[in-house]
Write a protein that binds this ligand. Sequence first.
Ligand SMILES: *Cc1c(COP(=O)(O)O)cnc(C)c1O
Length: 410
Amino acid sequence: MTMTAEPRSNMHPASDFVQLDEQWSAHNYHPLPVVLSHGEGAWVTDVAGNRYLDFLAGYSALNFGHRHPALVAAATEQLNRITLTSRAFHHDQFGPFCQELAELTGTEMVLPMNSGAEAVESAIKLARKWAYRVKGVPDGAAEIVVAGENFHGRTTTIVSFSTDESARADFGPFTPGFRVVEHGNAEALRQAITPNTAAVLLEPIQGEAGVLVPTDEYLRTVREICDQAGVLLIADEIQSGLARTGELLALDHAGVRADVYTLGKALGGGILPVSAVVGSRAVLGVLRPGEHGSTFGGNPLACAVGRAVVRLLSTGEFQQRSARLGARLHERLGELVGNGASEVRGRGLWAGVDIAPGGLTGRAASERLAENGVLCKETHGSTLRLAPPLMISEADLDRGVDALGEVLAR
Ligand SMILES: *Cc1c(COP(=O)(O)O)cnc(C)c1O
């Protein structure tokens, strides 16, 4: 693509589309004022023909970039065969997808769902049933320990254990059965565990909270605590997994295995929602027909795209790219500390950049970055979250960091 792409829509200026959204959609988001109409690789184009580097990548849903040819080909081929059967019948993409995803992740069973929140809900149900049927927890007493500042999705049960007031306020009554402990504090976690604890549910790296990376030692200690207490470790790798951090799974950096993982976002290749719970037969094996389900979960189109995603990840190429370019990203972002940034965290092609006190708000910085041709989004007011597609070129990565440096230095 060239820098002078033809305007996609001369008829409607961007403001018309923003106005439509304002008038006709619920206001549960506050998007940047760009109206996108095209995407290819790490680049997107707006309705006026302006091009931007996508440094958010759909919060990691676009790990392989926009319209990766192998993923589009898999989707197109499946569109021409069969797209939906419901789970009332078998289909020829389901078993292969489950086998291939289990083999990729080193797990024994797969429960396909659609959105990330559904995968987390499914993992909660699995952990509770496992607690009653395998561990012997008295009926209705199972507890799950979670970390403060978590983000696991938006359902009523999941926001029940959020510590973000804006995610919870006015949405009660809340689902009981959760204990929140400080993220990164192993001793607090140990003390929260009781004989009725079914599971510990954690993001190995907290994305929404600002890309908070705990020590590997903490994650290893959590595993030991879970083993000693006979408690499941559930890793929510919906955002951190599938090569984002330079390993297939973020927990791999610490050499830790979870009993259950939730996967989503990139599992759908940026094409459609695909999520899954993957884990041990001892846990996923507790479900019987009729106890859980989803009309769209594991549909043929989703499985065909998911299989193509697994193929891309099976070579290790994206993991290596993320590790190599991530090292460059963090080296370059480190130079911004003291030059408009107060702290930078992250792993692989994933970073949280805290804007120095007295500088721009996160929103203003995101808007200025967009004006400079780079898209990302703030989280928690003054942190910018960077997650470029893993196929990004080194030159484009540098271009994005240069633009960020200019915006923060003002
Ligand atoms: C995005 C996300 C979810 C929720 O996924 P949805 O597809 O938006 O429901 C859950 N957990 C983590 C860690 C996430 O980043």
